[in-house]
Each structure stands twice: as C-alpha cells, then as structure tokens.
Design a protein. Structure first.
Ligand SMILES: C[C@@H](N)C(=O)N[C@H](C)C(=O)O
Ligand SMILES: [Zn+2]
Length: 207
C-alpha cells in the first residue's frame, strides 16, 4: 500500500467486518452466484482480460451488501419480462485493487482515487450489461466493458437504435430499483444508500 495518499478509513480486518454484520445484517456481503442463481457472471478482474492485463482477484466472484443484492434481484425479475437478464462484470472490489487501478489510470473520470475510495469498495456498486435470455448472448451496448472513452458515457450519441434501446432498458430498470448510473460508464451503477457502508479491503476468500 502506498503512503502517498491521505487514506480514508478502510476495514481491513475480517473480525471487524463480522462485528459490523452482527450489529447490522445489512452490512453482509452476499455472494451473488448463490443469492441469484441464473445470474450470468463474467468477472474480468479474475482474468487477464482487463485493463491491467493481469488477474486482480483470486476468484471469479461477485458480492454485494444485502440490500443492494436484494435490489438487484428485483432488477433481474423485471428484466425477465423483456427476455433479458443481467451480465455482471464486477461488484464488491477490495480497496487495494482500487489503488492499483488508480496507479495506472490517474483520471478521476474513469477511476476512483485512493483518497476517496470507490463505491465498489463499499460493496454497493455493480458493473453490468444485458444478456438475451433466449440465446444467452450479450445484447449489444455502445462499447465493451471498461473501454474508458467518451463512447462509454451514458448519454453518448450517435449509437445505433438497437444499442440505444438496450442501454435505455438497462439504465431505466436499474434506476427503478434504486441504482444510480455513473454517467462516465454505461455499465456502472451505485446502490443509492452507498454512503451508509464502510470501505473494505478484504479478499473474497475471507468473506
Ligand atoms: C476502473 C473502472 N472500471 C472503475 O471501476 N471506475 C470507477 C469510477 C471506480 O473506480 O469506482
Ligand atoms: Zn464500476
């Protein structure tokens, strides 16, 4: 960990995380693969197919705080009426991984700075696209995941009509269940109550 930043308060001990869950069950990070069977995961940061071109996670897992996971379940149910489902690229992210991104990207439009931490570190952000439930294939979006350019901005135009429909379906359905889109990235959504949750730096295997 670099000492070049004024560090925010970060929970680094699993015992402290467990105490916080005991005090308030909303703090629990739920494993989305267990909580939402059928959810499609493509956890890029567990592979070398990501911005840093090396695996950053030891396991291809996605966790969210309990109320955020419950809201995502509502999103998944609403999308099914459109023959669509969620495809998850990332959810809870340990703080130390945010620091690694910042060292490379150093642009607050596309990466959270270490002195603030990311809402992903709070277990309240999720990076998602849509899949077609009939084919299992991803639905076309304006860019691939983590293409950090203006084309990824949520209001970017021009885009083909079918792509705009998919993006609008994702943005509207996530908003309906309490997720606020980050305008710089069509795939990134923050659970509205993110400020109630602490920054964490715990690896998945400790959860
Ligand atoms: C690195 C990129 N995928 C990302 O997560 N950006 C947001 C702004 C974050 O760091 O929270
Ligand atoms: Zn994100």
């Amino acid at each position: 960990m670099s000492s070049r930043y004024a560090l925010p308060a970060v929970v680094r001990e699993v015992g402290e995380y467990r105490r916080q869950v005991q005090q308030n069950p909303a703090n629990e990070l739920l494993n989305l693969a267990v909580f939402l069977p059928g959810l499609q995961l493509d956890i890029r940061y567990a592979t070398a197919n990501n911005l840093l071109r090396e695996p950053l996670y030891a396991a291809a897992a996605a966790y969210l705080r309990r109320p955020a996971a419950e809201a995502l379940r509502e999103v998944q149910a609403a999308l099914a009426a459109h023959d669509a489902g969620l495809l998850v690229f990332d959810a809870y992210r340990p703080y130390s991984v945010t620091v690694r991104f910042w060292e490379q990207i150093q642009d607050e439009t596309y990466a959270a700075p270490p002195w603030r931490g990311s809402r992903h570190n709070r277990g309240c952000s999720v990076d998602v696209a849509l899949q077609d439930l009939r084919t299992g294939l991803p639905l076309p979006m304006p860019t691939a995941f983590d293409v950090l350019t203006p084309a990824a901005h949520s209001t970017y135009e021009p885009v083909p009509a079918a792509v705009r429909r998919n993006r609008t379906l994702l943005l509207r359905t996530m908003a309906q269940f309490g997720f606020v889109n980050y305008p710089g990235e069509w795939w990134h959504f923050d659970f509205a109550a993110w400020a109630d949750f602490a920054l964490l730096d715990l690896p998945f295997e400790q959860l």
